[in-house]
Design a protein around this ligand. Structure first.
Ligand code: PLP
Length: 448
């Protein structure tokens, strides 16, 4: 271990590498790849120790919706701080959590009128899985306890969420700790054969789900999906027709539908909830990441009145006895309320139509580049893949591309051979152009 003798003299990145164990990181790789120390943020821009600006084109891991140090969100949190910073939510309540729950319920037209809170995305997924499981016990069908998930899906990394995640690199070491699940083919539109549409792929994939349900539905509790975009799964996109078909199958076979909108919710796909593109409501809907504008850890699971009623009883143990210390934290709820207000007052969803066109224009070069395939966009997510032929002699394309983009003043974080951007909803047309140009230059450097 590296011991740093004079902490005040050492660069922040060295101190970090000595004392902080960073997430999703093989720490040794930082011997050759840069760790970036950020000391300030403003709008879509991050600033490092030396004042160098970086365009945050991935919204700081998909969380930041309205820019860093947003004056309105800052103000809302500060105002809440003067009132009450935190109080437990068991046996107590407070204005921000009540208001936020009412607003979210209204956004689902009250189809999902009950909100259960936690702090991070994976916990919200655990809640949905546990509620579904418990519901079937309470409904006299305890044998309905298996979960179905999609190939290439991602739902977080706690043990329950990891069990329904199909990303090998995250699962490999922990296989023996995870419950068994059914994994079905993804409706990933990139699978379309010549002459096939995304909708055709969706129909094939739904057919395979139907076969599983027909055979096993008596043992199945729920299916969990990421509506429209499997984000961690290389931004794989699918037709809304898939959600439509899955909803029908879930109704027919009495299986819960869990829509994990932790990444795709909060306007990312063009509507507030991605499920709205298919005109369906799930039985459980999870949100996190963007809900607090990228300010504070907050996650939640919305559900229907019929699920809620199954738990409503004179028996204590029939309740949903799940809790986290920071459940429904008032500061985080205040940040979320400020975000919902910005959505409304600034007509964000409407304006994002223009912003996603700016993005498409800024990345038009990639569509025309013969080294690139599967150029795709859904609202404020734009992605494309570098063809394997051009990667054959690259040791680690994603990391080299990340480093070269930093040099160009943009933060991107490719997943395998997929380059994507997912910027905050304040990106100016000029920033979009700069982003497109910088990524193009970085790609040129990486591939030559
Ligand atoms: C990020 C993510 C999660 C996990 O959220 P954490 O806050 O990182 O635990 C779950 N589901 C999806 C779809 C995600 O993108």
């Amino acid at each position: 271990m590296k011991v740093i003798s004079d902490l005040n003299q050492a660069p922040l990145v060295d101190r970090s590498l000595a004392a902080v164990w960073h997430p999703c990181t093989q720490m040794k790789q930082h011997e050759s790849f840069p760790l970036v120390a950020i000391t300030k943020g403003k709008g879509a821009w991050l600033y490092d120790e030396n004042g160098k600006a970086l365009l945050d084109s991935i919204s700081s891991w998909w969380t930041n919706l309205f820019g860093h140090s947003n004056p309105r969100i800052n103000q809302a949190i500060t105002a809440q701080l003067e009132k009450i910073e935190h109080v437990m939510l068991a046996g107590f309540t407070h204005p921000p959590v009540v208001e936020l729950s009412e607003k979210l319920s209204a956004l689902t037209n009250h189809h999902l009128g009950h909100v259960f809170y936690a702090s991070d995305g994976a916990s919200a997924v655990e809640i949905a899985l546990k509620m579904s499981h418990h519901y079937w016990q309470l409904s006299g069908k305890p044998q309905k306890k298996k979960f179905v998930c999609l190939e290439n899906g991602y739902h977080g990394e706690t043990l329950g969420a990891l069990a329904v995640t199909d990303v090998a690199i995250f699962r490999k070491a922990y296989g023996s700790l995870l419950q068994e699940v059914f994994t079905i083919p993804s409706p990933d539109a990139r699978k379309a054969r010549p002459g096939e549409s995304a909708e055709d792929v969706a129909k094939h994939a739904a057919k395979q789900l139907e076969e599983l349900f027909a055979r096993e539905h008596q043992h199945i509790s729920a299916i969990i999906v990421e509506p429209l975009v499997q984000c961690a799964g290389q931004m794989a996109m699918h037709s809304p027709e898939y959600l439509h078909l899955v909803r029908e199958l879930c109704n027919r076979y009495e299986v819960h539908l869990i829509a994990d909108e932790i990444a795709v919710g909060c306007g990312r796909t063009g509507k507030f909830f991605a499920c709205e593109h298919a005109d369906i409501w799930p039985d459980f809907l999870t949100l996190s990441k963007g809900i607090s504008g990228g300010y504070l850890p907050l996650s939640l699971c919305l559900t229907t009145d019929s699920i809620y009623q199954a738990f409503y009883s004179d028996q204590t143990q029939q309740g949903f006895l799940h809790s986290h210390s920071y459940t429904g934290n008032p500061l985080a709820c205040a940040a979320a309320l400020a975000c919902l207000e910005i959505f409304e007052i600034d007509k964000v969803l409407e304006k994002n139509i223009g912003r996603s066109k700016d993005l498409a224009k800024a990345f038009a070069w990639a569509k025309a580049d013969s080294r690139i395939e599967h150029w795709r966009q859904q609202g404020m997510i734009l992605a494309f893949d570098v063809k394997n032929d051009y990667l054959s002699n690259r040791k680690n394309f994603a990391r080299e591309m990340f480093a070269n983009s930093l040099e160009q003043g943009v933060l991107i974080r490719p997943i395998g051979n997929t380059i994507y951007v997912m910027p905050p909803y304040i990106l100016s047309p000029e920033d979009a152009i700069q982003l497109g140009n910088s990524v193009q230059l970085a790609l040129e450097k990486t591939l030559t």
